[in-house]
Design a protein around this ligand. Structure first.
Ligand SMILES: N[C@@H](CCC(=O)N[C@@H](CS)C(=O)NCC(=O)O)C(=O)O
Length: 346
């Protein structure tokens, strides 16, 4: 009898050790990205440091641009503090590894959403924050005006980008022979073009507009009218944590929805006693939108208070008062003929 009891006890012991082992592993595996970020006390954002208007680091180390403010908006949603963020400058080649390994929590770095990045690279994309397309810059005195004029031309392009792939596709489609000159950094690609070892430089049109302003004689260059591709630029996170991609996605939606409601950084407080049910829910005055995401009830209020709505972000970094003076075009609200549209906060 005693023996039997002992045997039973030891089986139970083994079983409980196995169970404990399992649940410990599970606990590590199931630690959400939100918990990791909260414990760390700040968000880590992968960004570009070289594209003024989108992601740029000044000589004093401060970061500015659309992608920077989008990252700050995520920090505001989580911590109520847009400065609770550390930026990691990443090259085109480095960016995906940084997301996969968890070195960065979010990537907001002029990155195009594509099927393979979604399915094979292991990213999950938030809604598009900038609808872009690939373009080409040439010297005005080159006589090049269309893609056909690029027959035999040397075109500088950056590796690890959709740019490299689209260029090859489009030129093959049109039967144009060209010589790709491939670099692993934008600075190298641009300076090869500027110094004349390439006849054209190709990348997203937004980046062309931005980099053109940094050339020694911007007026000597122009951007061809032709657009080679669709480049929907969107923030992304590591796939597999649905709460975290929801948080980043609804942060982007909040920026757009705030513009749809005409709620701005300056007037957001006046909306706190709005009687409109959608606005009360949106700002967390009533309902449980924040709680459903694991965020404070007022996360949307914090986002708008910190960075403003999408239109304000756009104006601040790319609008008429900036050197870029970039038309909003497709990046207007759907109500103004653009593609930006927020699903309902309900
Ligand atoms: N949107 C394209 C291109 C993104 C990209 O990385 N572009 C280059 C050229 S503008 C860049 O940002 N280079 C900066 C760097 O590597 O430091 C993509 O996602 O592949």
């Amino acid at each position: 009898m005693k023996k039997r009891l002992l045997a039973l006890l030891s089986i139970l012991l083994v079983f409980s050790v196995v169970l404990a082992g399992c649940s410990e592993e599970e606990a590590v595996e199931t630690k959400s990205r939100l918990d990791v970020i909260k414990e760390r006390g700040k968000l880590i954002g992968g960004v570009n440091a070289d594209i003024p208007g989108f992601g740029y680091v000044a000589s004093d180390g401060s970061y500015t641009g659309m992608d920077i403010d989008i990252t700050r908006a995520v920090a505001a949603a989580v911590f109520g503090d847009p400065n609770a963020v550390e930026f990691r400058p990443l090259s085109a080649e480095e960016r995906f590894i940084a997301v996969q390994t968890g070195e960065v929590d979010v990537l907001a770095r002029n990155t195009t959403q594509t099927l393979s990045r979604d399915a094979s690279v292991g990213l999950a994309f938030a809604p598009v924050t900038f609808y872009d397309g690939q373009g080409l810059m040439v010297r005005k005195d080159s006589g090049i005006e269309t893609l056909e004029d690029l027959e035999g031309a040397r075109i500088s392009v950056e590796s690890g980008t959709t740019t490299e792939l689209n260029l090859a596709d489009q030129m093959r489609k049109l039967g144009i022979d060209y010589e790709p000159v491939v670099f692993d950094s934008q600075d190298a690609a641009v300076s090869a073009y500027e110094q004349g070892s390439a006849d054209a430089y190709t990348t997203d049109r937004s980046a062309l507009v931005s980099r053109k302003t940094t050339l020694s004689n911007p007026d000597e260059h122009f951007i061809l009218d032709e657009v080679l591709s669709k480049e929907p630029l969107a923030p992304s996170v590591k796939d597999g944590d649905s709460q975290w991609i929801d948080i980043v996605s609804w942060t982007v939606n909040a920026l757009v929805q705030a513009e749809e409601f005409e709620i701005t950084q300056a007037n957001v407080d006046t909306f706190l006693d709005s009687e409109v049910p959608e606005i009360r829910r949106f700002l967390g005055v009533e309902g449980d939108m924040g709680e459903q995401l694991g965020l404070p009830a007022d996360f949307v209020y914090q986002i708008i208070k910190a960075v403003g709505n999408y239109g304000e972000l756009y104006d601040r970094h790319l609008g008429p008062d900036t050197v870029f003076d970039l038309e909003r075009g497709q990046n207007s609200l759907w109500t103004d003929g653009g593609l930006l549209y927020s699903p309902p906060f309900r």
